[in-house]
Design a protein around this ligand. Structure first.
Ligand code: MC0
Length: 140
């Protein structure tokens, strides 16, 4: 069903400070950075060595952001676990058949033009699971 760990998302208060920490302490390089208004986040993808997995640093754009809500409730730290898939439409259909609640009726736009959806954490052992179908020729 899933082909790779695409990224692990970490909620941070200040994106620039967090990027600097990952660069100077772990020697990671930033592969991509963008603002996703619909998701309410400013984000940076930090490459983990030569793998195609990333750490996604997520900062809230404002107090209504899901990331602001997460930080208020749980503090900074791991917010989500994202698996890469080949066909998000097929995977969502299969997961629905298996009784899991997806957050969106149709995939939305994620990092670098990817198509994304989420499994509700209440149906996934307390883990917010993101599904990512990379854009053709995208960053993955
Ligand atoms: C909430 N809960 C979580 C959680 N967020 N559990 C594990 N991990 C999380 N991240 C739990 C709460 O503790 C609570 O449990 C219950 O779920 C309801 O939470 P809530 O605080 O009332 O929050 P809601 O229901 O308003 O929102 C939760 C929900 C939301 C997962 C629906 O965060 C959401 O829509 N997330 C998907 C979008 C997202 O995360 N976007 C930011 C990343 P109790 O037991 O207290 O009832 S953007 C991104 O990822 C893009 C750019 C990309 O990668 O391409």
């Amino acid at each position: 069903l899933f082909t790779h760990i695409d990224h692990v998302g970490i909620a941070v208060r200040d994106l620039d400070e967090a990027i600097e920490f990952y660069e100077t302490r772990y020697g990671m390089t930033m592969a991509h950075r963008e603002v996703n208004e619909e998701q309410g986040v400013a984000e940076a993808m930090m490459a983990v060595g030569d793998s195609t997995s990333h750490i996604q640093l997520l900062a809230p754009l404002d107090e209504h952001s899901t990331i602001a809500k997460f930080i208020d409730k749980s503090g900074v730290g791991i917010q989500q676990m994202a698996y890469r898939v080949e066909s998000i439409d097929d995977v969502c259909a299969t997961l629905k058949e298996r009784g899991l609640r997806l957050l969106y009726p149709e995939p939305r736009r994620g990092t670098a033009g990817s198509r994304i959806n989420f499994i509700h954490p209440k149906d996934a052992g307390g883990v917010l699971v993101e599904l990512v179908e990379p854009a053709p020729g995208g960053m993955h």
